[in-house]
Design a protein around this ligand. Sequence first.
Ligand code: HGY
Ligand code: MN
Ligand code: MN
Ligand code: MN
Length: 428
Amino acid sequence: YRGDGDGGSSSPFYVDSDGLQRQIDELASFSDSPAPSVTRVLYSDKDVQARRYIKGIMNQLGLSIREDAVGNIFGRWEGSEAGLGAVATGSHVDAIPFSGKYDGVVGVLGALEAISMLKRSGFQPKRSLEVIMFTSEEPTRFGISCLGSRLMAGSEELALSLKETVDNQNVSFFYAADSAGYKMHPEELHNVFLKKDDYFAFIELHIEQGPILEKEGIKIGVVTAIAAPASIKVEFEGNGGHAGAVLMPARNDAGLAAAELALAVEKHVLESGSIDTVGTVGILQLHPGAINSIPSKSHVEIDVRDIDEKRRNNVIEKVHQSAIEISKNRGVVLSEFKIINQDPPALSDKSVISAMEFAAKQLNLEYKLMISRAYHDSLFMARISPMGMIFIPCYKGYSHKPEEYASPEDMANGVKVLALTMARLSLQ
Ligand code: HGY
Ligand code: MN
Ligand code: MN
Ligand code: MN
């Protein structure tokens, strides 16, 4: 590859940007919320439509397709030495409520375009190349982030907990999976586990979901580490009662306990001593949810992250102490304090980093080494394969909201860096 950078349609090494944008727009139409927002939740009808759409493109590319028990989808381009560990890439297409159409999608449709581009250019892989659509990266339906990749990385704990996992409509994981065409017996979950040498490398293309690249005018992010995410579920219970008749001293208001805990999360995070510690209370539900009824139950879900695992765990400890104190002071029952996940950070692999740097240089694209504050399926793929991530800028760093946007040229840059990185690793 001459590295002339623009990859104009003169050379076979060009990105079909119009086609990619069309696919992104078509995929965004499979949504349970009105455009420009996208809502696509695991095993919903829209999710099934999206899966069919992705498999259709894999088919057109002549990839051999397999799906595992929980619906991770694999599209493989057999290499000349198919017995060697493959070079894999991929991301997710599930979307949290009222979000955008690029998060995850760029790493699936962009990866398929990278494969298409390599095929058009006459490239012949030695190690097979594989595009993975992970079954559910977002925690929306069952509160479990990176469900597919977490299982692929061999989480016994998750395989066990899925047996009694239900969503907030009380629909079991297995029933929901079955309704989406993934009929499985619990013991089949172990077949999802991958082996350490299945992959020689795994690279994920993703929008930055932060403002740095755009602000600094840098085209490519080469991710060196992924921050450590954790999530906690908390429930308080009080006696509730009539909002008029029960005087204040007689109350044990579960709603106020939740509100006080939310502020305690903010306090403990801010006191961590580092700007890299973040905490969010994204879900706070009150029962019965009537203006004139004192909340008898509250349900709080907390997201705490940091690039330093110890510092993050310290905050979780303090949040737990506060929950206990609040329940004592307010005479409410702390009926649940459950850590859903408390994951370590992940480091990118040095050889994958240098392959991505080499590709960016070949394309004359300025790049920046950076950490990912968002988590990704790569966080778990790093447990079973050398991992790397390629970031492209996104508008004002917006993500997880409808204003999320990545330009065609930024996507084309990401696709080219991904294609060259995969090609290089495939020949190693
Ligand atoms: O929340 C996250 O970091 C990811 O985008 N789901
Ligand atoms: Mn996301
Ligand atoms: Mn994502
Ligand atoms: Mn993510």
